[in-house]
Design a protein around this ligand. Structure first.
Ligand code: 5BU
Length: 262
């Protein structure tokens, strides 16, 4: 697969049903924007998801930062996902041994596997983490992104670590559908990974805590990534989330159209 193929063309060739549905959704909605909804109350999260819903393909959550989390929040978010046609990605960044992540993914307060279409994991523990998550997620038609790189200054996820992560993704292709990455990597025969990139913002470069923001065009057109993940650029202080979401959707989509017509 090449960076110049459309999401729709890629969806036709993709073997993972959730990745296939996600690529179709992006094309149908003309959106490669994921909202990073890092707010701490249930009401704020629901309001933000509803306001930005028309413009996003993916709602990215950190469900453990919500003070008043309950099952009703999950029910409301999944109803909004249906209403606005987006998927849900719990950015859980699992990082433990296979047996533990199985429990963390399926059980506890959040029961992530029961509602989150996509989740992600570090590869620090080795391939057991993928095997554990896969045992829970595959029967539920879920899929996984591996953290191949991070957006933050001084990240240790680079070089050999990133290369080994890519090899692990190839080994578990039925469940691993892409990466959190800062660039598209060279494809091998049969690869079609979805590249999701955080650290995207049009108005500021850094947040003083290590985050580094790039322009959507740089991420999608220059670096070949598929999904821009935007948080504070959309809901930060003084911003109108619907207006900003529309602005990021347009920037991300026009960079994609430019890329596939290269
Ligand atoms: P921001 O407000 O646009 O900076 O939010 C970025 C989001 O992406 C936030 O939820 C982070 O936890 C998440 N993130 C990131 O910023 N960098 C990374 O490498 C990874 C996730 Br992985």
């Amino acid at each position: 697969m090449s960076a110049s193929m459309s999401y729709l063309e890629r969806s036709k060739l993709h073997s993972n049903p959730t990745a296939k549905a996600f690529l179709e959704l992006m094309e149908r909605k003309k959106s490669n924007l994921s909202l990073a909804a890092d707010v701490t109350s249930k009401a704020a999260l629901i309001e933000l998801a509803d306001k930005t819903g028309p413009y996003i393909c993916l709602l990215k959550t950190h469900i453990d930062v919500v003070d008043d989390f309950d099952q009703d929040l999950v029910d409301q978010l999944t109803a909004l996902a249906k209403k606005h046609d987006f998927m849900i990605f719990e950015d859980r960044k699992f990082a433990d041994i296979g047996n533990t992540v199985k429990l963390q993914y399926s059980s506890g307060v959040y029961k992530i596997a029961s509602w989150s279409d996509i989740t992600n994991a570090h590869t620090v523990p080795g391939e057991g983490i993928i095997q554990g998550l896969r045992e829970v997620g595959l029967p539920l038609n879920r899929c996984l992104l591996l953290l191949a790189e991070m957006s933050s200054a001084g990240t240790l996820a680079k070089g050999d670590y990133t290369n080994t992560t890519i090899e692990l993704a190839r080994k578990y292709k039925d469940f691993v559908v892409g990466f959190i990455a800062m660039q598209r990597y060279a494809d091998k025969e049969g690869d079609d990974f979805i590249y999701m990139t955080p650290g995207v913002g049009m108005d500021q470069k850094t947040d003083g805590l290590g985050q580094q923001w790039k322009h959507p065009r740089e991420v999608v057109y220059d670096l070949g990534c598929d999904v821009i993940i935007v948080g504070r650029g959309i809901y930060g202080q003084g911003r109108d989330p619907a207006k900003e979401a529309k602005r990021y959707q347009e920037a991300g989509w026009s960079a994609y159209l430019e890329r596939i017509s290269k």
